[in-house]
Design a binder for this molecule. Structure first.
Ligand code: NIG
Length: 377
């Protein structure tokens, strides 16, 4: 089954191809070009001058959770600082939830994101923090998400010895979870894991063939970026507090700086230095960091709007970062891009151009979404 889409007012492809029409064949893009040369197709859809771009690629979420942290959010808005310790609240609720309850939470948030144009989602474990609950988190995540990351090193469970826990994570826990995931991550931050502990976990994961990512430089300057670059991690996520040396290290590496502006706003921190990263030549991605503690939103449009209005990214840079940038953070070349052979993941805006994402902040602009060639909303 093939579909010709015409009447595209502005087409963002993130690739060398251009045009105002495209053909979807099955789950892939088959053709992009001018409607005057369009090939025949089984079906035809006229988007009547609307902008079309690749579906958002959300490369950082934590969707396997239970419970609610509204009170913690309220306390923050009243002036209490965010600390890593809040994770333990979600761990207790997650351990107490049934498999079906956890699966329903993941399903609900993936569907909510899809309705807003997110066609590719990474999600993490990290609210289980024992072997059985990390394994079931990974299994449940894999049922719904496109990519799954093992984050056993999210927090040392309260009352446990840090070095003993690190040995568990890089030993028995990693052995049990590795077959279910593609990535491993550590929260390398004061209050979570230090440089040596983080490195030990990541090296064990790399030895198992997993790709690496790091949560780093979220709550202050620290060794997260340095470690990510040293180990060739695909991304270092947060990057809220960076030294000049961190910016230089990222600019001369293949490690993507994934910025999570909704998290910085929700934790009342500074916004990350996007302009310094881009001007230095670093690759920047934007992601939602959807989780119940530090960033409870699935809206990639909100992240793009914030990046433009408050982080001095251009609309084009922000849209690239939330599509192709996310794909690069996951080392994928088949998503975040519109060209023949790519996954047919399309986001049609109820607007004539992507500029409207920042020009009309807060207005829901998703008109329709195609995922793997199927009309999703
Ligand atoms: O990316 N930084 C660590 N992990 C999450 C927070 C999770 C939580 O507070 O529950 C984050 O912000």
């Amino acid at each position: 089954m093939s579909t010709l889409i015409t009447g595209i007012g502005e087409l963002t492809t993130n690739s060398e191809v251009t045009g105002n029409a495209l053909v979807i064949d099955g789950a892939e893009i088959a053709w992009v070009g001018s409607s005057t040369n369009a090939p025949a197709a089984d079906d035809r859809v006229d988007v009547e001058g609307r902008a079309v771009l690749p579906g958002w690629v959300d490369s950082h979420t934590h969707l396997v959770f239970a419970g609610d942290r509204t009170a913690e959010f309220g306390a923050r808005m009243a002036g209490k600082p965010y600390t890593a310790g809040g994770i333990a609240v979600t761990v207790n609720a997650t351990r107490a939830a049934t498999d079906e309850e956890l699966a329903a939470v993941v399903r609900r948030h993936v569907a909510e994101a899809l309705r807003q144009g997110t066609t590719f989602v990474e999600t993490k474990t990290g609210y289980g923090l024992n072997v059985a609950d990390e394994v079931r988190s990974a299994r449940i995540a894999a049922e719904q998400a496109d990519e799954v990351t093992f984050l056993g090193a999210h927090l040392v469970p309260p009352g446990e010895d840090a070095d003993t826990y690190v040995d568990l994570v890089r030993g028995e826990m990693l052995d049990a979870v590795a077959p279910l995931v593609s990535w491993a991550d550590v929260f390398c931050e004061k209050g979570a894991f230090d440089y040596d502990q983080s490195k030990a976990v990541l090296q064990a994961a790399a030895a198992k063939g997993l790709g690496l990512r790091v949560h780093g430089n979220q709550l202050g300057e620290g060794p997260g970026v340095r470690l990510a670059v040293e180990l060739g991690a695909a991304s270092v996520d947060h990057c809220t507090y960076l030294s000049a040396a961190d910016v230089d290290a990222l600019a001369s590496s293949d490690t993507v700086a994934t910025l999570l502006p909704a998290c910085d706003l929700s934790t009342r921190q500074s916004l990350p230095p996007a302009r310094a990263l881009l001007d230095a030549g670093a690759t920047v991605a934007l992601a939602s960091n959807c989780n119940p503690g530090s960033s409870y939103t699935s809206s990639m449009a909100f992240c793009v709007t914030t990046a433009v209005l408050q982080m001095r990214m251009s609309v084009e840079e922000a849209v690239w970062a939330a599509t192709a940038g996310g794909a690069q953070a996951l080392r994928r070349t088949d998503v975040g891009v519109i060209r023949p052979g790519a996954r047919a993941d399309l986001h049609v805006l109820d607007a004539p151009s992507i500029t409207h994402l920042a020009y009309r902040p807060g207005v829901p602009l998703t008109h329709s979404v195609w995922r793997r060639g199927e009309r999703a909303s």
